[in-house]
Design a protein around this ligand. Structure first.
Ligand SMILES: Cc1cc2nc3c(=O)[nH]c(=O)nc-3n(C[C@H](O)[C@H](O)[C@H](O)COP(=O)(O)O)c2cc1C
Length: 382
């Protein structure tokens, strides 16, 4: 029997996931918005930050262990929230949670998940963070907060960068929605992925968003629950709403999507515990700066008061090292673990994190920095 190809880098995960999924679904993950300029900019901006090695340092023992919100993890990288993950592979959210346990990193469960938040977080409540898309109906939001707390989750991530639906043109052209309405050529292309189709038929077809099902009309099917979810999210949130979340949530409160330092200051003043500098992996607005470009000003503005994290465009361990040099205490990858889980389930998602860890470790050794906590602008080329 032929052995499976080795997973050596992010691009291997991307390639395998692409092979497995019909285009109508793969494009949902890979795409950005409109011209997809930001998608390229997020990645290219890392290439502008070069690392200058320091030599003759004893790097025989290296560590990248990182403590955040009082918990120690094996690496400064975690799994970012990706909505509808369970549509790309049945059970993907639980698989991502297991991969996080296996690799000892945090996992942010998307508020737009397929499985029940209680079920997924039970796999490892103290490393699972919950990402909330606030509902238009405050009672639903309140209930989600109660459920999150009751599930033993300590960190709530409030995503605030998509008050309106972004223009995701590949999805519009491909007829992506629930139900899927692909044009004929895409329907034929989907038939070339019998493994995915068989898997889905075996798992009961297009999945129901179980976390949200209880708020939708009684006995609603997958399509109706999705329509209900869309009627609630995106919702417009303001600084006043942030005060509500702060008063209602006792645990760590993280605001995701911050780009402007003035917003970071306002968030710190409102009492958040952390911010994630992010442009939603280029899936919100196209005409914006790369996330890594926004990071230094946010670190300067609030780095001493709140935990500053970042995502969007991380493809290599060296990108993680650069982000740490620029002051991010932690980074997240969205597409990487998702490609991994689609390609090979728990093992694939864990491979993604292990690949990042390995590349971080080699980079630390090569730049002469034995401990990721010591990274600073000193290692960047001026
Ligand atoms: C398919 C997909 C779904 C996403 N769904 C969510 C989501 O439900 N909630 C959220 O806060 N961010 C979501 N994001 C954004 C990610 O959390 C993260 O910010 C982004 O993927 C980071 O960029 P990267 O993919 O380049 O690592 C999604 C991203 C992708 C690619």
């Amino acid at each position: 029997m032929l052995s499976r190809p080795k997973l050596i880098s992010f691009s291997d995960l991307h390639r395998e996931a692409k092979k497995r999924l019909p285009k109508i679904l793969f494009d949902v993950i890979e795409s950005g918005v409109e011209n997809e300029h930001l998608l390229a900019r997020n990645e290219a901006a890392f290439k502008d930050h070069l690392l200058t090695p320091r030599l003759l340092v004893d790097v025989g023992v290296r560590t990248q262990q990182t403590t955040i919100f009082g918990k120690q993890y094996a690496a400064p990288i975690g799994i970012a929230p990706t909505g509808l993950a369970g549509m790309f592979r049945a059970g993907a959210e639980s698989m991502l949670a297991r991969a996080a346990v296996q690799t000892d990193v945090p996992f942010i469960l998307s508020g737009a998940c397929i499985e029940e938040l209680e079920k997924v977080s039970a796999i490892s409540p103290d490393r699972t963070w919950f990402q909330l898309y606030a509902a238009r109906d405050r009672a639903v939001t309140e209930d989600l907060l109660t459920r999150t707390r009751d599930a033993g989750i300590e960190t709530l991530v409030l995503t605030v960068d998509t008050p309106v639906l972004p223009k995701r043109e590949r999805d519009m052209r491909n007829g992506f929605g629930l139900p899927l309405k692909p044009p004929l050529p895409l329907m034929l292309e989907a038939l070339a992925h019998p493994a995915w189709i068989a898997h889905y038929l075996l798992n009961g077809g297009l999945p129901l968003m179980k976390t949200w099902a209880r708020y939708a009309p009684k006995d609603a099917g997958a399509g109706e629950v999705f329509t209900y979810f869309r009627s609630q999210s995106p919702s417009i949130q303001t600084w006043k709403d942030l005060d509500f979340f702060r008063s209602r949530w006792d645990g760590n409160l993280v605001l995701k999507g911050i780009q402007h330092p003035a917003d970071a200051i306002r968030a710190a003043e409102a009492g958040v515990d952390g911010v994630i500098v992010s442009n939603h992996g280029a899936k919100a607005m196209d005409q914006g700066p790369a996330a890594i470009t926004c990071l230094p000003a946010v670190v300067q503005a609030v780095g001493s008061r709140v935990v500053v994290m970042m995502d969007s465009g991380i493809r290599r361990g060296a990108d993680v090292v650069v982000a740490r040099c620029l002051g991010a205490q932690f980074v997240f990858s969205g597409r990487g673990p998702l490609y991994g889980v689609i390609a090979r389930g728990v093992e694939g998602a864990a491979s993604c994190i292990e690949i990042f860890k390995d590349e971080i470790d080699r980079t630390l050794g090569l730049i002469g920095c034995p401990d990721a906590r010591l990274l600073s602008t000193e290692y960047l080329s001026k």
